[in-house]
Design a protein around this ligand. Structure first.
Ligand code: GDP
Ligand code: MG
Length: 169
């Protein structure tokens, strides 16, 4: 058995870093400059009982006012069609309108698809208490299957994401 899991989120939240950590090797390109990943990048995780294809999905934050944007967005959305789980990555310190846009796209919900909210960069948050209002607010906006504070660069809770991905297949 195998299946596909999508990683979505606005630029710079840590999607590529998470993909690398999930795969345990450097495949995706990470950068401080937003939108380094213009194309979909995927990688296969084969250590678990089932193979999982992880897809790094840029572009879901793009507004659809222009035809080219609609096109780019359709490409991003098409990679969500066949996935068993979506990992929505946000930055634990910044919630922006681009995040809002991604969330809006996710709300066209397909019921047998799990949606996990991964609140990233928690290693940078000194006052962990400050995370709770953030978590509560996001939890009220959307019925996530799971909300996880993570650190893609340090690997915090990345194994939990792998377990959830395995369980979603
Ligand atoms: P993407 O645009 O969503 O693919 O984001 P990247 O993976 O390229 O990461 C953007 C920036 O955030 C890079 O400078 C990363 O090193 C940094 N970053 C990613 N994950 C973490 C994390 O867990 N903690 C911290 N402190 N920085 C991170
Ligand atoms: Mg990237």
């Amino acid at each position: 058995h195998c299946g596909m899991v999508a990683i979505v989120g606005r630029p710079n939240v840590g999607k590529s870093t998470l993909l690398n950590k999930l795969l345990g090797q450097k495949i995706s390109i990470t950068s401080k400059k937003p939108q380094t990943t213009r194309h979909r990048i995927m990688g296969i995780h084969s250590d678990g009982p089932k193979q999982i294809v992880f897809v790094d999905t840029p572009g879901l934050h793009i507004e659809e006012k222009r035809a080219i944007n609609r096109l780019m967005n359709r490409a991003a959305a098409s990679s969500l069609a066949d996935v068993s789980m979506v990992i929505f990555v946000v930055d634990g310190m910044n919630w922006t309108e681009d995040d809002e846009m991604v969330l809006k796209k996710l709300s066209h919900r397909n019921d047998d698809r799990k949606i996990v909210l991964a609140i990233n960069k928690v290693d940078e948050i000194k006052d962990k208490e400050a995370l709770f209002p953030h978590l509560e607010k996001l939890g009220n906006k959307f019925d996530f299957d799971e909300i996880l504070p993570i650190s893609a660069s340090k690997g915090t809770n990345v194994q939990r994401i792998l377990d959830l991905a395995q369980a979603s297949l």
